[in-house]
Design a protein around this ligand. Structure first.
Ligand code: ATP
Ligand code: MG
Length: 417
């Protein structure tokens, strides 16, 4: 096995133990997709996960990798994919596919092949349809992916109409590759997406969300967002954004780009102007995880507290209340609100001042439950809760008090109730 000298020497070596097994079993094994593209474009030498394709059937893949890999996943077996871990690296080994499309009833239809060329033809874009034989490091590029990569063109292996109809998610992936790889669409690609965009309806919300996330995590997703709008895809999963006027949308996209590569922050920036119930509904539709949803909603709520408030409104008390309510989302919300305007300079200055005074540390009650029980001579119960809530209010309205002072005030209030 001589892969030295190949541009893919390091990657082939990483697959060494698998390559030996497949070769001994008379099967071919190829690195394919993102890893090949990225090595050729000098982007990365390494990937935490490798995609591989083979002429071996799923059953045969399983028996060939048995004993060499550290763990195996079989969830994708129906679609020809066996997942495996070897050391730190994850692999997905997929039997060549002759057909791979989404039926109108949303069911993926897959048929297998023993020909590498069949498989490459069914991939999304030519730049992703190159394979490297792990035994000798030979590049297989029947669709001219390398030339497209050099010419910076995003092209589908089949006609774009055919590729996009087969699996409409590829149109969303196009947005990601246009933006992330500085590629220009091949002639006809944009028009085809415009014609086919309605078929995104047959794609599950989970797949859409996943691909949207991969777009929003890019340093500059601007070109991709514009492509989604221009091809009529946006109304299919973010109608609130596509309903904006062209001018408003351009502003929103600008703010999304400037918000930085955290998908939740970017989604909050996209949907900042919609009402809370509409936002919640949208996030539910997109099937965000609990954590993702909490973050977008937390940011949006905090932005709502900041926006539309005049500079004079930022009294000490108002700043404390904002800090308490916004919690961990405060910093992100200030940035988002600033991007949407008006400027947040005064609020930022007020936050910095109060923080320097320590007034924003420990925004909770000055005394603990046990101390309150002792001071007021209470039994544990609702009275204690009420007293604690009063102390919490005191902290926000008046700022930091010494515990003795807070205790005196509490007793006065309690006796005068
Ligand atoms: P990244 O480096 O960001 O992971 P990738 O190109 O590896 O990008 P994946 O989603 O990991 O993208 O997919 C791996 C490969 O599988 C792609 O390079 C492409 O060849 C193929 N592929 C993925 N999704 C599709 C699809 N919807 N239709 C056709 N081929 C696809
Ligand atoms: Mg990948």
């Amino acid at each position: 096995m001589t892969t030295t000298g190949s541009r893919f020497g390091a990657q082939c070596e990483a697959v060494g133990p698998l390559a030996d097994r497949f070769a001994a079993g008379g099967q071919r094994l190829y690195l394919v997709g993102g890893i090949v593209r990225d090595v050729l474009s000098g982007r990365v030498e390494d990937h935490p996960d490798f995609d591989l394709t083979t002429d071996a059937s799923p059953d045969r893949i399983r028996s060939l990798i048995e004993g060499v890999v550290d763990a195996v996943w079989l969830q994708g077996e129906k679609f020809g994919t066996i997942g495996a871990r070897l050391g730190e690296r994850m692999f997905e080994i997929t039997t060549h596919r002759a057909e791979a499309y989404l039926s109108d009833s949303r069911k993926p239809v897959v048929s297998f092949s023993t020909q590498l060329e069949d498989d490459l033809l069914r991939r999304d874009f030519t730049v992703n349809a190159m394979a490297v034989d792990v035994v000798d490091g030979t590049l297989h590029d029947p669709l001219g992916g390398q030339a497209d990569l050099e010419a910076r063109v995003l092209r589908t292996p089949l006609t774009p109409e055919e590729s996009f109809s087969d699996d409409p998610l590829r149109m969303l992936r196009a947005a990601r590759f246009l933006a992330g790889f500085d590629l220009a669409p091949a002639p006809g690609l944009v028009e085809a997406a415009r014609t086919v965009s309605g078929r995104l309806r047959i794609v599950s919300a989970e797949r859409i969300r996943e691909e949207l996330w991969r777009l929003l995590v890019l340093e500059d997703p601007g070109v991709g967002l514009t492509f989604l709008e221009e091809t009529g895809q946006l109304p299919m999963f973010l109608p609130e954004v596509s309903e904006l006027s062209a001018l408003e949308r351009a502003e929103v996209f600008g703010r999304v780009v400037a918000a930085g590569p955290v998908p939740e922050v970017r989604l909050a920036a996209l949907l900042m102007d919609v009402s809370a119930p509409v936002l919640e509904e949208r996030l539910r539709w997109l099937r965000l995880s609990g954590g993702q949803r909490a973050m977008v909603l937390g940011l949006a709520a905090a932005v709502g507290l900041i926006r539309g408030r005049s500079d004079e409104a930022w009294s000490d008390e108002a700043v404390r209340r904002l800090t308490a309510v916004a919690g961990e989302y405060l910093a992100g919300a200030v940035v988002l609100a600033g991007l949407a305007g008006p400027a947040t300079g005064v609020l930022e200055k007020r936050l910095a001042d109060l923080r320097a005074d320590g007034d924003l540390d420990d925004l909770g009650p000055a005394l603990g439950g046990v101390q309150v029980i002792e001071l007021l001579g209470l039994e544990p119960g609702p009275d204690v809760g009420e007293a604690m809530a009063w102390l919490a209010e005191l902290r926000l309205s008046e700022g930091r008090l010494e515990p003795d002072e807070a205790g005196r005030r509490l007793v006065d209030w309690w006796e005068g109730r």
